[in-house]
Ligand binder design. Structure first.
Ligand code: FES
Length: 574
């Protein structure tokens, strides 16, 4: 019997398919839903959508079937109807040319499927690097009650008595292999022991950073960012997330009430205090942009200069995410930062950050989370640099770099593309010394490579074999959150848009000053004006064409302009 459509629509009554007859649309929808074996009683409950990002191409999400069962259990226990739906999944190492290129596609998929399907609230289950920002971006734009649940980090493995975890140790051992300190047989064994459980990379890489920032923003349950993927607490957090989704639906607590300017500032504080990934600057900028909030890189510097690094995790320190979990998790970090935080910010738990932090503290392992008064480093992990080489900014992770290289002038050794880099970096005849600056062009957002994590240029083999471990490296590319070194990233505008980076030539002098926050190309403006930079080609069709035409620069988070809350107009190349 048809049910009248009226009152406040909820559950399956939301967003009816348009046949010009709403009663018919509801009748048809219910009929098809009943074909899945649901009783009418179940179909009248609030619907909680669960965005499932499991994929055979995503090792980090391989435990999602179990995790999602626990979310469903929570939803059912709280009186809702859980309906799982798939979206794109982004498995970091399986994507070509690079995962960042598809973050916006996943965000669009997530936004549109939340909006198009009848759900009172959504649980976003993600984890691997780009998936959490993509889900947050999509959910903020859809602005339906939403709560995240992250995959949780992998556990470390043991190899010859040493702990190994993806992916700082991946890079460390690869560098040793390139330097001839590890044999092919050993690197083969290491390869089999770097990533041995479900979950995201085991260090404070991009995935762990984004999970931590999601907790700081208030978009996942308190205490849930650092729980290892395979720990029973992860399943309990999943169940609690399902329950919380019902509460969010009842209160109609939408992301615009959670992701506020103050919440974004809290997240930036946490980013600095944890020595988080450079990628997170891009992602947080894009996430905030969906809420109409701009992140100014000068503001980032202010926050960095007033926020010490207090978490001692790889790639900055020796510990892993499982140690942070045992040490008190992000809650312990937030407690230390409390005097600097905006405590009125609302969270998906239905309480403010201040109410959360008013609860009695648990034990904290001070080897991992230092007191604010005895930090690991007195200032934040990341700084933005400006200057004639990067008029719109660049990012430098000072917490994972060699301070001896912070104030330095060097000769540019230029690679014009990723192909040029891989063809020549190990050439024994390459004219390079350890005092030179390695420069990579055409690896930024507008390049055909789509801004890959190529900013961690390898040390030329002949220098690596001579014991050189760090050099200044400059590019418009990104760097994995698990990497380390004196690396200037996200140079903006990028080379493909004709920025100054495109005009650097072999032998030019470049000056880096972390103290002054500057990166300058010491070439006369008249000479630069003479140098031409051809524009990058626009792909002919498909998503690659959309991406190339709409992508914004790094200082806008590499989002598409038309997806931001307040589009900027034609500002892609600045
Ligand atoms: Fe998925 Fe590192 S590969 S988080």
């Amino acid at each position: 019997m048809p049910e009248p459509v009226g009152l406040a629509p909820h559950g399956l009554r939301l967003g009816l398919t348009n046949y010009g007859d709403p009663d018919f649309a509801l009748y048809l929808r219910r009929s098809f839903a009943r074909s899945m074996g649901y009783s009418l009683e179940m179909l009248q409950k609030p619907v909680i959508g669960i965005a499932d990002t499991r994929s055979g191409f995503n090792n980090c999400h391989r435990h999602f079937p179990e995790l999602i069962e626990a979310v469903k259990r929570g939803v059912l226990a709280a009186g809702g109807l859980p309906l799982v739906f798939p979206t794109i999944s982004l498995g970091e190492v399986f994507l070509n040319p690079t995962s960042l290129m598809f973050r916006n596609l996943m965000a669009m998929d997530t936004e549109e499927m939340i909006r198009a399907q009848p759900m009172d609230a959504v649980v976003l289950v993600g984890g691997c690097d780009k998936t959490v920002p993509a889900q947050l971006m999509g959910a903020i734009s859809a602005n339906r009650p939403a709560i995240g649940l992250v995959a949780g980090p992998m556990l470390t493995a043991r190899w010859h008595g040493e702990r190994l975890g993806a992916c700082t140790d991946c890079r460390r051992y690869w560098a040793k292999f390139r330097a001839g300190e590890v044999t092919p047989a050993e690197i083969d064994e290491v390869e089999g022991n770097l990533a041995t459980t479900a979950g995201t990379c085991a260090v404070m890489g991009t995935a762990s950073t984004m999970a931590s920032l999601a907790e700081a923003l208030g978009m996942i349950l308190p205490g849930s960012a650092a729980i290892p993927a395979v720990h029973a607490d992860r399943l309990r957090a999943a169940e609690a997330t399902g329950r919380a989704a019902l509460r969010l639906a009842a209160e109609r607590l939408t992301p615009d009430r959670i992701v506020t300017p103050h919440a974004v500032e809290n997240a930036l504080r946490v980013l600095m205090a944890i020595g988080g990934s450079t990628n997170a600057v891009l992602h947080l900028t894009a996430v905030a942009g969906r809420a109409g909030i701009d992140i100014d890189l000068k503001k980032l510097n202010e926050i960095s200069d007033s926020t010490p690094v207090i978490v001692d995790l790889k790639p900055t320190g020796p510990h892993y995410m499982e140690d942070l979990f045992a040490a008190g998790g992000i809650g312990a970090v937030l407690r230390e930062l409390k005097p600097m935080l905006h405590l009125e910010c609302q969270t998906v738990a239905g309480e403010t950050l201040g109410e959360r932090l008013a609860a009695p503290p648990g034990p904290v392992d001070r080897d991992v989370v230092r007191p604010l008064a005895e930090p690991l480093q007195p200032v934040g992990g990341l700084v933005a640099l400006f200057g004639s080489l990067a008029p719109k900014g660049a990012i430098f992770k000072r917490s994972a770099a060699d301070p001896k290289l912070f104030e330095k002038e060097g000769r540019a050794v230029v690679f014009t593309s990723l192909e040029d880099l891989s063809a020549r970096i190990d050439d024994p005849d390459l004219d390079v010394t350890q005092d030179d600056f390695l420069v990579l062009q055409h690896a930024g957002p507008l390049s055909p490579s789509g801004m890959p994590e190529a900013g961690y240029l390898p040390i030329p083999q002949k220098l690596a074999r001579a014991g050189v471990r760090d050099m200044v490296r400059i590019s418009d590319a990104r760097m994995s959150g698990t990497a380390y070194g004196s690396i200037v990233l996200h140079v903006t505008p990028d080379a493909a848009s004709g920025g100054p980076l495109a005009k650097v030539r072999n032998g030019d002098r470049i000056r880096l000053s972390v103290k002054e926050r500057r990166i300058d190309l010491l070439v006369a403006p008249e000479e630069l004006a003479r140098r031409k930079a051809p524009p990058a080609p626009v792909p002919e069709r498909g998503y690659a064409r959309l991406y190339r035409r709409e992508i914004l620069q790094a200082d806008r988070g590499c989002d598409f302009d038309f997806l931001r809350k307040h589009p900027l107009g034609d500002s892609r190349a600045h």
